[in-house]
Design a protein around this ligand. Structure first.
Ligand code: ARG
Length: 568
């Protein structure tokens, strides 16, 4: 498609001493339609040119030679030069592209770049909590979008499968394993054992010693301990897999923390070599006081490694294995300090700067129930699988009420129920805490997943009524220049740009908001215009626009991990 922004930047570059890319980076997308489609602000030029911004804007406008094929009007408002895109050209570009491509907006701009997404990453023998769900959903969306833009992406589930708690679990299992039904209810039962053994450790130092010993044995490869650890891991993964199946989550690697157990010695050595590894209260740490942070603990006083050491080993391994340009870590903002410490310490490993500069923590907010924090510690454990299934059954009730004769209700309810939960996780900027409320997320008319699905279904039913999508050759673009149509076409034109913005800000909500905008623009168009009419030219044009909207909604939602129903 024609890159209008670039065209504008090129024409400005001929009258200003600035290069095209610099100009392009300055060009803004004004809100609303009064100020055109693109605006070039002149405020920053005032100093060097020693003139007022409106004067500069006027000068640019007067000297400028724009190609009318692309830009139909240039206006100065205050210190801005506003550009109005030739609507017919834009409409034509968009619809031609839609007709040609099965993967609208797909590109190769990421070709040759390696991105690692570290996401989901629940802990073995512990509940998969709502924070892991957010990590899975946001990380999954980023994974898909990077891939769609041509990056080489590796999705890693950095399982929490290591640490002294496994020594405790082994001890608890050894003592009371037969009392618990681990195969049936693994996570709950293992949690119960864990609570019980913790209590026992508090009462009896000798038991705690046994636990530590177990962990040591586990590290040394003791058969009994390793076997048990494998069992805990297997049953936990089976539980987690139920959630991944519902969400359609896939990972390229399941290398969790334990995978790095034999890779930490090298890290300690490298840190020793750096001269920065110091003793403190029996532990070995990297002092980060001059960076304004608490120290990064590398080895605890009892000699065992830490979560941070394992993350450092993972950075080294990933640099070697994936030659990454970027690693994205998705966790809640509770781990902001951890990653700051790790990234700072990673600079001491002698890695190429390419790697240390590519580390990026992508934190997100908490999920709050309308009644307060969803917590596992206070005992109000909400099983994620139950939550997803509840969403599906609530969706089913709504569908049953609205459209009792619908075929294939099960599958549709599944898509709608899951779409509602997924969209809710992506609807607002990720750092905001999210309020979880059933009525809001399942509202078909709100800014929700089901609303996007509902709008998509509308486009499908229009096409079904007409019988087929008209051939693009029979579409008269000149019939799609009214405001409602133009608004939709401009949104569709921006799709790829939106995906790029998502990657630049690690913010999938940019795409979620965008899909809401598209759906609203279409609803507006749908309310204003009859689509199926006697005039075949008008009908063809409007049906084609409808088809384009459906395509973008489906593609965009798919990238977010939301499947579209064909009916609902
Ligand atoms: N298992 C951790 C948790 O549940 C998240 C791991 C995130 N990834 C990482 N490389 N540290 O909090």
């Amino acid at each position: 498609m024609v890159d209008f922004k670039k065209k504008i930047a090129e024409s400005i570059a001929q009258v200003l001493e600035m290069n095209v890319n610099e100009i392009e980076a300055c060009i803004e997308n004004p809100k609303g339609t009064d100020n055109g489609d693109y605006a070039f602000p002149c405020f920053r030029l005032a100093k060097t040119m020693r003139k007022a911004p409106p004067v500069i804007a006027e000068e640019i406008k007067n000297k400028l030679q724009v190609n009318e094929q692309y830009i139909c009007k240039v206006e100065v408002v205050g210190g801005y030069v506003n550009f109005f895109v030739n609507k017919e050209k834009l409409a034509n570009e968009v619809l031609q592209e839609i007709s040609k491509s099965n993967a609208y907006g797909k590109s190769e701009i990421g070709k040759g770049k390696n991105v690692v997404v570290d996401y989901s990453s629940p802990n073995i023998a512990k509940p998969f909590h709502i924070g892991h769900l957010r990590s899975t959903v946001i990380g999954g969306a980023l994974y898909n979008i990077y891939k769609y833009l041509g990056y080489n992406v590796t999705g890693i589930n950095h399982l929490g499968d290591y640490g002294t708690q496994f020594g405790k679990l082994i001890e608890g299992y050894k003592r009371w394993g037969t009392e618990y039904n681990i195969d049936e209810n693994p996570i709950e039962e293992l949690t119960n054992i864990y609570i019980r053994i913790n209590q026992a450790c508090k009462e009896d130092e000798a038991i705690l010693e046994e636990c530590r010993n177990n962990f040591k044995k586990l590290e040394e490869g003791d058969i009994y301990c390793v076997e048990l650890w494998n069992k805990f891991k297997d049953v936990s993964l089976k539980e987690f897999q139920k959630i991944y199946d519902l969400l359609g989550s896939k990972f390229d690697s399941w290398n969790g923390e334990a995978f790095y157990s034999d890779k930490m010695a090298e890290i300690v050595e490298l840190l020793e070599k750096s001269g920065k590894l110091v003793k403190s209260e029996g532990a070995r740490i990297i002092d980060l006081e001059n960076k304004g942070m608490a120290p990064c603990i590398i080895e605890k006083s009892n000699g065992s490694s830490t979560y941070a050491t394992r993350d450092l080993a993972a950075i080294m391994y990933r640099a070697r294995t994936y030659d990454f340009d970027k690693v994205l870590y998705l966790t809640s903002y509770e781990q902001v300090l951890h990653f700051k410490q790790v990234f700072e310490t990673a600079k001491l490993l002698g890695l190429d700067e390419k790697y240390t500069n590519g580390l990026e923590h992508v934190p997100f907010g908490m999920v709050l129930l309308k009644t307060g924090k969803m917590s596992t510690r206070e005992g109000n454990i909400i099983k994620l699988e139950d939550l997803l299934n509840e969403s599906i059954s609530r969706a089913k009730e709504i569908i049953q009420e609205k459209n009792p004769n619908l075929e294939n209700k099960e599958e549709i309810a599944k898509r709608v129920g899951l779409g509602a939960v997924i969209f809710n996780d992506l609807a607002n900027s990720r750092l905001k805490d999210e309020i979880f409320d059933w009525d809001t997320i399942l509202n078909f008319q709100g800014e929700t997943g089901p609303y996007i699905q509902y709008t998509y279904v509308r486009t499908k039913s229009v096409i079904e009524k007409v019988g087929e999508v008209p051939d693009i050759k029979n579409v008269k673009i000149s019939l799609l220049l009214d405001d409602a149509s133009s608004k939709i076409l401009k949104l569709i034109y921006n799709f790829e740009d939106i995906l790029i913005q998502v990657t630049e800000k690690s913010e999938p909500s940019i795409l979620s908001r965008y899909l809401i905008d598209v759906a609203k623009a279409y609803s507006n168009f749908y309310n204003e215009n009859k689509i199926i009419v006697d005039d075949k030219d008008i009908q063809n044009a409007r049906v084609y626009l409808t088809y384009a909207v459906g395509k973008v909604l489906k593609t965009g939602a798919g990238l977010l991990g939301i499947e579209m129903p064909d009916k609902m």
